[in-house]
Design a protein around this ligand. Structure first.
Ligand code: NAD
Length: 332
């Protein structure tokens, strides 16, 4: 392969899988997808891509991943929903090895552009202490008091990108994702996030058990959720732009967790009893994306209505629930 290859690090994951698919569909040239998981555990595997199983915490693995690459999308990270990141802070912070070594390898390989997937978890916790939240502007990341573990790693890696651009001339672009959801992502196992977890619980209750669903917390915390298609569209817009500072990539449609469950129940055509588990990881009180900056710089923002995105997500998760119960292979 010549210097035309596009690398998707974390290509076996949820967003990386969708991104690799979109890049191949656009016919941009050779795509190399890299992930630590064995191929049969990838969310999506594309035959047209070069698919490599590598541990990108290791520098040599990053050199192999970046060899002959023109552009790199760095999405690989040890992460999950609140249940995972609150209980695995050390593992989350070890992802700094991935970003650091990928940046070093990309700079050494003469990569032209490097995308980094940061998170709304970089924002100062004090600005998120009420469900009635003021949407977060990019400047709200400082003074720094991000989510312990996972958020600190993201903030550190953002700064590494900035310094590699300033010091070594590697063009870096950064998006702060806000709760991305959609079909073909983790829906069980402990790393799933609220939309997939609630879709699963409601699908299971509807298909087999009836009765009640468990909700973490009292359900009054607020969030915005970004549909995967908007996320992929936004990644490309940010990657192709001249904007070097981190940009929010998130929906600004705020909803409570109870409201999210209401929407999914409505789509499923059920109304279930709720058991609120108060002694579970819950995260900050409220979080929303202020999209003024991305609107003003890129004349765009995520626009898929939550209900619309949940319809396809619920349909997909329900299929997995039914297939798993029947013993048919599912996406993990
Ligand atoms: P994901 O867990 O589905 O994908 C991440 C992938 O990285 C996984 O397939 C995992 O196996 C891989 N990985 C982990 N360690 C690795 C290693 N050492 N070497 C190679 N691959 C490794 O998660 P996702 O939702 O697709 O998230 C992608 C990126 O976006 C991550 O950096 C994540 O922190 C960021 N992000 C996601 C969200 C979200 O809501 N999904 C929100 C904010 C930020």
């Amino acid at each position: 392969m010549g210097y035309e290859t596009t690398v998707v690090a974390g290509g076996g994951g949820f967003i990386g899988g969708h991104l690799a698919g979109a890049l191949l569909e656009r016919g941009i040239g050779p795509v190399r997808s890299v992930d630590i998981k064995p191929l049969d555990e990838w969310e999506q595997v594309f035959e047209k891509a070069e698919n490599l199983q590598l541990d990108l915490r290791l520098k040599e693995a990053c050199e192999r991943a970046c060899a002959g690459a023109r552009e790199v999308y760095c999405l690989a990270a040890d992460m999950g929903g609140m249940g995972f990141i609150e209980n695995n802070k050390g593992l989350c912070m070890l992802s700094s090895l991935i970003t650091t070594h990928m940046l070093q390898a990309a700079a050494a390989a003469g990569v032209e552009r490097f995308f980094y997937s940061s998170s709304a978890c970089v924002y100062n916790a004090e600005k998120q202490d009420s469900p009635d939240v003021t949407a977060l502007r990019e400047a709200d990341a400082y003074p720094a008091m991000p989510e312990d573990g996972y958020g600190w790693e993201k903030l550190f890696s953002e700064r590494m990108c900035r310094h590699f651009r300033e010091d070594f001339g590697l063009e870096t672009r950064i998006a702060r994702f806000h709760n991305v959801y959609g079909p073909v992502g983790t829906w069980r196992g402990g790393r799933e996030k609220a939309p997939a977890a609630l879709c699963r619980k409601i699908a299971e209750a509807t298909a087999f058990e009836g009765g009640s669903i468990e909700i973490w917390g009292d359900g009054t915390r607020t969030r915005s959720f970004t549909y995967i298609d908007d996320c992929i569209d936004g990644i490309e817009r940010i990657m192709r732009s001249d904007v070097t500072e981190p940009l929010n990539l998130g929906s600004s449609e705020l909803v409570t967790i109870n409201g999210l469950a209401d929407l999914i129940e409505d789509i499923a055509g059920v109304k279930l009893e709720r058991v609120h588990l108060l002694d579970t990881p819950k995260g900050v009180w409220g979080r929303n994306s202020d999209n003024s900056l991305i609107r003003s710089l890129l004349d765009w923002e995520p626009s898929t209505p939550l209900r619309k995105g949940l319809e396809s997500t619920y349909a997909w998760v329900r299929e997995q629930v039914i297939a798993a119960a029947a013993g048919t292979p599912t996406r993990r």
